[in-house]
Design a protein around this ligand. Structure first.
Ligand SMILES: Cc1ncc(COP(=O)(O)O)c(C=O)c1O
Length: 360
């Protein structure tokens, strides 16, 4: 098989061991004679898979008992609507930190539901940093942040401190499970699975039970978080195979030693590439300000568009996949999620160094 180095932004690299396990089990899951894809979602075999995923995630992320873990569909994008529909109630204002295009999209959906307020923004500085300084509105329904900005390559390094009555809601699609976070400081966390958790198709929602009391009854059933909480995410057919893959990925994270070990490895991987950028005499430039740099998505530019094209072409000839920047901002981006091995980052760092040396 061709050796490639997958730096895709999402869907992204999955651990090889997980793919191998899924391959072995594909046709005959636990001697059932069936593939997981063919199991009834009401069967004991499937329920065990889902329960296992939930227990694993709870343990790995240290999720307190007063939080529910839900499996939804529609991606993180549907959460942009579900959050305000459930929690932006009459007389309240939804607060958003604008740190990139995904938070803009989240805000856009909230505006359709009710009153909104931009609590902080780095738009004027091209989203080159995390806008940490908050100015909340009166009567905030919640504060929404995007913990990692997949496109611009910035990441919150701290958790915003809010008054106890203001729920903190985070889109963690591109950095969930990549580092230790204090879950108890958040009221709701959501993440599309296709970066750090598994394949696309399932969206994980971690929500404080107390917050669920606010969900209005008049919402469409499938947009009401209560539906998922009350029915163990089995009100309708869940994305069973994606949840099975999620359970394998969570086992893999546990096998690596847990989130703290993964976090240390992620820091080492990111440092390798940022070091090449910083020591390149401005040949490579990182648009993200150093204090806001993401350990998941390393964005960088080269001196000219022509050189960028040449770099991307040569990179692909060497087996590097997914290094183009997002179509909105161009440049280059290496997405180095949990499953991207250190060795692949070393190869990329070496390639970047060699490319620059050959150019000089
Ligand atoms: C931070 C963030 N939020 C939301 C999304 C949208 O996710 P989905 O495609 O699952 O709707 C993405 C996708 O890349 C993302 O990176």
């Amino acid at each position: 098989m061709k050796q490639v180095f997958n730096f895709n932004a999402g869907p992204a690299a999955l651990p090889k061991e997980v793919l191998q396990k899924a391959q072995v089990e594909l046709l005959n899951y636990q001697e059932s004679g069936l593939s997981v894809m063919e199991l009834s979602h009401r069967s004991m075999l499937y329920e065990n898979i889902q329960n296992h995923a939930t227990e694993r995630l709870r343990k790995l992320m240290n999720i307190p008992a007063d939080y529910d873990i839900l499996y939804m569909q529609g991606g993180a994008s549907l959460q942009f609507s579900a959050v305000p529909m459930n929690f932006l109630t009459e007389g309240k204002t939804a607060n958003y930190c604008l740190s990139g295009s995904w938070s803009e999209k989240a805000l856009k959906e909230a505006k359709k539901i009710g009153r909104t307020h931009i609590a902080s923004s780095s738009k004027e500085e091209n989203y080159s940093h995390i806008p940490e300084h908050l100015e909340l509105s009166e009567n905030p329904a919640y504060l929404h942040i995007t913990s990692n900005n997949t496109i611009f390559g910035t990441q919150w390094k701290t958790t915003p401190e809010l008054d106890a009555e203001v729920p903190l809601i985070a889109d963690m699609s591109s950095d969930i499970l990549s580092r230790t976070i204090p879950v108890e400081k958040y009221s709701l966390i959501y993440a599309g699975a296709q970066k750090n958790l598994g394949p696309s198709g399932v969206t994980v929602v971690i929500v404080k039970k107390e917050l669920l009391k606010r969900c209005p009854d008049h919402l469409p059933t499938m947009l009401n978080y209560q539906t998922f909480a009350k029915n163990g995410s089995l009100y309708n057919t869940p994305p069973t195979f994606s949840i099975y893959m999620l359970s394998l990925v969570l086992d893999w994270v546990a096998d690596q030693g847990g989130v703290a070990q993964i976090e240390a490895m992620n820091a080492e991987k990111a440092e390798l590439i940022y070091h090449v950028i910083d020591s390149s005499d401005s040949f490579y430039k990182g648009p993200a300000q150093p204090g806001s740099r993401s350990n998941m998505n390393v964005t960088f530019t080269l001196p000219t568009d022509e050189l960028t094209k040449k770099f991307l072409y040569e990179a692909s000839e060497h087996g590097f996949i997914g290094l183009s920047g997002h179509r909105m901002i161009g440049g280059c981006r290496a997405s180095i999620y949990n499953a991207v091995p250190l060795a692949h980052c070393e190869r990329l760092a070496q390639f970047m160094t060699d490319f620059r040396t050959n150019f000089m």
